[in-house]
Design a protein around this ligand. Structure first.
Ligand SMILES: C[S@@+](CC[C@H](N)C(=O)[O-])C[C@H]1O[C@@H](n2cnc3c(N)ncnc32)[C@H](O)[C@@H]1O
Length: 294
């Protein structure tokens, strides 16, 4: 069995359980948690698993090794899913799964995603990429930082945070996660610093991570391509973790539903049950939307 429960796994198993054959593309393979369960509960499916992170690829290869030739694993981004499938001579898939964001092991790996520990401000999912969070906070203008923080996290103190970052770096470069988290905390009025459910730096970290990894553009491109590459009656499932991502998923699905290319199977997004929240509190912001290709 897996050592970590993937988000909304019971629902994901059900949606992919009755597909009769073909390939499921796990576009965000991570540690292979969802794929493991899908392969186990649906013996008719094969999986093409992709991830931008070479470490995820290694973990997933190990976890899925028992399924042998039912699994193909490749490093890459889902924005290039058409090229990737073509290179494998796969014309259409029976399903796609996107489980967005970072995985639990990426958070633990000192990759600069988390401010719980002192880590270098990196935040790259794909470490062959050059741009890091360090470059972003130390070289973009106040206006650029303001827009990124505002648009990618809806942080209400975005302007103050951008100003404080630029002030701080006049004396010293911002090198670590804690340094950045402290800068953000200082901007928050003291009465709001500890009153919210989430740490004041959470939104700013999310925004910078989205920018570093170009997450929203990749999602738009990946979804459009997945819709084209899914065969009739195939299923596309997307789990998102914040409202900006969820909006993109919702609008894309709605657009193709109006064009009679998709049927939306989840009128409202599916959220984790009480039971799941007890098992895995980190699932709390997960939202699942599922469509069927017409
Ligand atoms: C939440 S984790 C997936 C966990 C996985 N479902 C499991 O059960 O183990 C998200 C993964 O997606 C990967 N990822 C994010 N954006 C990607 C992209 N554009 N292309 C490919 N992989 C991506 C991340 O590197 C991360 O490993």
């Amino acid at each position: 069995m897996v050592d970590h429960y993937p988000v909304l796994y019971r629902e994901i198993i059900q949606f992919f359980r009755y597909i009769e054959n073909g390939y499921l593309v796990d576009a965000t393979l991570g540690g292979g948690g969802h794929s493991f369960l899908i392969l186990k509960y649906n013996p008719n499916l094969k999986v093409v698993g992709i991830d931008r992170d070479e470490y995820a690829i290694e973990i997933a290869k190990d976890r899925l090794s028992e399924f042998k030739d039912r699994v193909i694993i490749q490093k890459g981004s889902f924005k290039d899913i058409d090229i990737l499938l073509e290179s494998l001579s796969i014309k259409k898939a029976s399903g796609f799964l996107f489980d967005l964001g970072v995985s639990h092991f990426q958070l633990k790996l000192e990759r600069g995603f988390s401010f719980q520990r002192e880590e270098f401000l990196d935040m790259r999912m794909d470490r062959s990429q050059r741009l890091t969070a360090f470059d972003v906070v130390n070289s973009l203008s106040e206006q650029q930082l303001y827009r990124i923080i505002r648009d990618y996290s809806e942080e209400k103190f975005a302007l103050r945070i951008a100003k404080r970052i630029v002030d701080y770096r006049r004396n010293k470069k911002i090198e670590t996660t804690r340094e950045l988290a402290d800068i953000v905390c200082q901007v928050y009025p003291p009465n709001l610093r500890y009153s919210s459910r989430i740490h004041p730096a959470t939104r700013t970290f999310q925004a910078i991570r989205i920018y570093v990894n170009n997450e929203l553009n990749q999602l738009e491109t990946g979804l459009e391509k997945a819709i084209k590459l899914t065969e009739k009656d195939g299923i596309i499932a997307v789990i998102s973790f914040h409202s900006i991502e969820d909006r993109i998923v919702k609008h894309t699905f709605k657009k193709y539903q109006q064009l009679k290319i998709l049927e939306v199977l989840t009128k409202k997004p599916v959220i984790p049950s009480k039971k799941e929240l007890m098992e895995n509190p980190a699932s709390r912001s997960g939202k699942l939307r599922v469509v069927r290709r017409l």
